[in-house]
Design a protein around this ligand. Structure first.
Ligand code: BG6
Length: 493
C-alpha cells in the first residue's frame, strides 16, 4: 500500500496543467492508482474557492477525459481537489499553503510540481524553502521540474546548484515526457528482449540511424516561450537525444534507475564533440514560411502573434552526430524536428547496410534495397522490419515487404506519457527521470551549435509550412544514397 501524498501543482490554471496534468490525474483516478487519502492542491494566482476550482477542473476535463467525463470517477477525484490562491514566489502565500495543508489535515508527503515558466523554478523553490515546507520532518518531499532544464550548459548548472540548496538529488524529478511514451519504452524491450537483434545492432550492420519528430502545428500561441528558444533547445537537446540514447546504449546490468541512467550517460559522453568550424557541416536550421497544412492556409512564423518582426529563431533543426565507441563508430545518427511540417510523426528509422556482394547484378534487380527497422513512436505506434522478397512471376524482381510486430495498431486508446510519469513520481521510481549529468552532457552536445547560431543571427533558411522542411538540409548526409524517411511507408520505385 502506497502512503497517501499531497500533490501540489504550481501553475494549476496554466496550459500544461490543463492539457496534460489534470487529465493524467483523472485517468489515474479512473484506474484506482492514486493512493487512498491523497489530495491534489492547485496553486494559482487566480482566485478560486474550492467549489469553483472543482467546477473549473470538471470543465477542463470534459473534452480531455478518454471516452468522456465519467461522473463517478469525477466525484471521487473531486473530493481530493483543493485550491490555494496566491503568488507562488511570495513567502506569505506559501505560508498560506502550509497553513492550509495543516488545517485540512492533508497528507504530509508533498509533491511540488512546477507547471510554471522555467524562469520561476529557482524563485519558487526558494519560496518553498523560506517557509520550511521543503523539510522532511513529517513526510517525504519531491520536486518535479519540467524541461527545459536551463538554456545552455552554464544556466543548467546554475539552476541545478540553486535547486540543490534546498533539495537533494533523490528529491528532484526532472521530466522528459518522451520517456513516458509507451513506444519509447518499447525501444528497450525491442532491443533487450529480442536476442536476434543484438548481433546486428552495431556499425558492422547498421548504415545509419534517423530520428524524426515532425509536427503539423505551429507554435500554438507560445511565442513568449518559443522565440529565442527554438527547435534545437526545445526538442533536440531533450526528447530526441533521449531517444538516441535508448537506441545506442549498451544493455544495463539491471533496470534500476541508476544503472539505466549510467548507460545513457555513457552514450552522451561518447558523442563526438562538434567543433566550432564544423557546425555548418553537422547542423542545419530553418523557419517556416506561409503555406498549407491539411488543406488550410497557415501563416509564416514571423506573422505569428508575439513573434518579433525579424526573428531568426529556428522552427526546424537537424543535427548529424557520431558516437565514438566500439559499437557505433562512424555510423551517422541524423536527428531532425520541425513545426508546421507535413505530418505529425515521431519515428526512429534504422537503415542496414547493403549485402557485401551484389549477387543479383545480372538480373532485373539492379540494386537491392537495404533493410530498415522502423519504430513508430507516434501517432502510429509500430515496430516494423522491412525485407526484400521476390515478386511473384517469371522474372527475378524484388519488392519490399515488412514484418510488423503486433504492436502496430491504430488504436484510439493511447495512454498519455504523463499518466505513467505521475504514477512514477508517486511511487518514487526515478528510472524515467533525468539525472543531472544526463542533462549536462546533452547540453554539451548542442552547446557548440546553439552558441554559433546565436552569433549568426542575420539569416535563416525558410521552408513552406506543410512541407517536409528545406531541401538544403540534405547537405548533412554523408552519402548520396542517404535520404530522409518521411513517411512510415516507403514508396516503391
Ligand atoms: C514539448 C515541446 O516538450 O514537446 C513542444 O516544448 C512540443 O514544442 C512537444 O510540441 C511535443 O510533445 P508531444 O508529446 O506532443 O510529441
Amino acid at each position: 500500500m502506497l502512503a497517501p501524498c499531497t500533490f501540489i501543482v504550481f501553475g494549476a490554471t496554466g496550459n500544461l496543467a490543463r492539457i496534460k496534468l489534470l487529465p493524467a490525474i483523472y485517468h489515474l483516478e479512473e484506474v484506482g492508482r492514486i493512493p487512498d487519502g491523497s489530495a491534489i492542491v492547485g496553486f494559482s494566482r487566480r482566485k478560486f474557492s474550492n467549489d469553483e476550482w472543482r467546477e473549473h477542473v470538471a470543465s477542463t476535463l470534459k473534452d480531455k477525459a478518454r471516452g468522456g467525463l465519467k461522473n463517478e470517477v469525477f466525484e471521487r477525484l473531486s473530493k481530493r481537489l483543493h485550491m490555494v490562491s496566491g503568488e507562488m514566489t511570495d513567502a506569505d502565500s506559501l505560508q498560506n499553503l502550509k497553513t492550509y495543508i495543516d488545517a485540512n489535515n492533508l497528507p504530509k508527503n508533498l509533491i511540488f510540481y512546477m507547471a510554471i515558466p522555467p524562469t520561476q523554478y529557482t524563485k519558487v523553490s526558494q519560496a518553498i524553502a523560506d517557509t520550511g515546507l521543503h523539510q522532511e520532518e513529517q513526510g517525504w518531499r519531491r520536486l518535479v521540474i519540467e524541461k527545459p532544464f536551463g538554456y545552455d550548459s552554464e544556466s543548467a548548472q546554475v539552476l541545478n546548484a540553486k535547486l540543490h540548496e534546498h533539495f537533494t538529488e533523490k528529491q528532484i524529478f526532472r521530466i522528459d515526457h518522451y520517456l513516458g511514451k509507451a513506444m519509447v519504452q518499447n525501444v528497450l524491450i525491442f532491443r533487450f528482449a529480442n536476442l536476434m537483434l543484438e548481433p546486428l545492432w552495431n556499425r558492422n550492420y547498421i548504415d545509419h540511424v534517423q530520428i524524426t519528430h515532425s509536427e503539423s502545428l505551429g507554435i500554438s500561441g507560445r511565442a513568449a516561450f518559443y522565440d529565442g528558444v527554438g527547435a534545437m533547445r526545445d526538442m533536440i537537446q531533450s526528447h530526441l537525444l533521449q531517444m538516441l540514447t535508448l537506441v545506442a546504449m549498451e544493455p544495463p546490468p539491471n533496470l534500476d534507475a541508476e544503472s539505466l541512467r549510467d548507460e545513457k550517460v555513457k552514450v552522451l559522453k561518447s558523442i563526438r564533440p562538434i567543433a566550432k568550424r564544423a557546425v555548418n557541416a553537422h547542423a542545419f536550421r530553418a523557419q517556416y514560411g506561409a503555406g498549407e497544412v491539411n488543406g488550410e492556409h497557415v501563416q509564416a512564423y514571423l506573422q505569428e502573434e508575439g513573434v518579433p518582426a525579424h526573428s531568426t529563431t529556428e522552427t526546424y533543426a537537424a543535427l548529424k552526430l557520431y558516437i565514438d565507441n566500439w559499437r557505433w563508430r562512424n555510423v551517422p545518427f541524423y536527428l531532425r524536428t520541425g513545426k508546421r511540417m507535413a505530418q505529425n510523426s515521431s519515428v526512429i528509422s534504422i537503415r542496414f547496410k547493403h549485402p557485401p556482394q551484389q549477387l543479383f547484378r545480372q538480373t532485373q534487380i539492379e540494386k537491392i534495397k537495404p533493410n530498415w527497422i522502423i519504430l513508430g513512436i507516434q501517432p502510429h505506434e509500430c515496430m516494423r522490419i522491412e525485407m526484400q522478397v521476390k515478386q511473384p512471376g517469371l522474372e527475378l524482381n524484388t519488392h519490399t515487404t515488412s514484418l510488423d510486430a503486433s504492436y502496430c495498431t491504430h488504436t484510439d486508446y493511447q495512454l498519455d506519457a504523463y499518466e505513467a510519469l505521475l504514477l512514477d513520481i508517486i511511487e518514487n521510481d526515478r528510472s524515467l527521470f533525468l539525472r543531472y549529468d544526463e542533462i549536462a552532457w546533452a547540453w554539451g552536445v548542442v552547446d557548440p551549435v546553439i552558441k554559433q547560431w546565436d552569433i549568426e543571427r542575420d539569416y535563416i533558411h525558410t521552408y513552406p509550412a506543410g512541407s517536409w522542411g528545406p531541401p538544403e538540409v540534405n547537405k548533412l548526409f554523408d552519402r548520396d544514397d542517404h535520404y530522409w524517411r518521411d513517411a512510415l511507408d516507403q514508396k516503391e520505385d
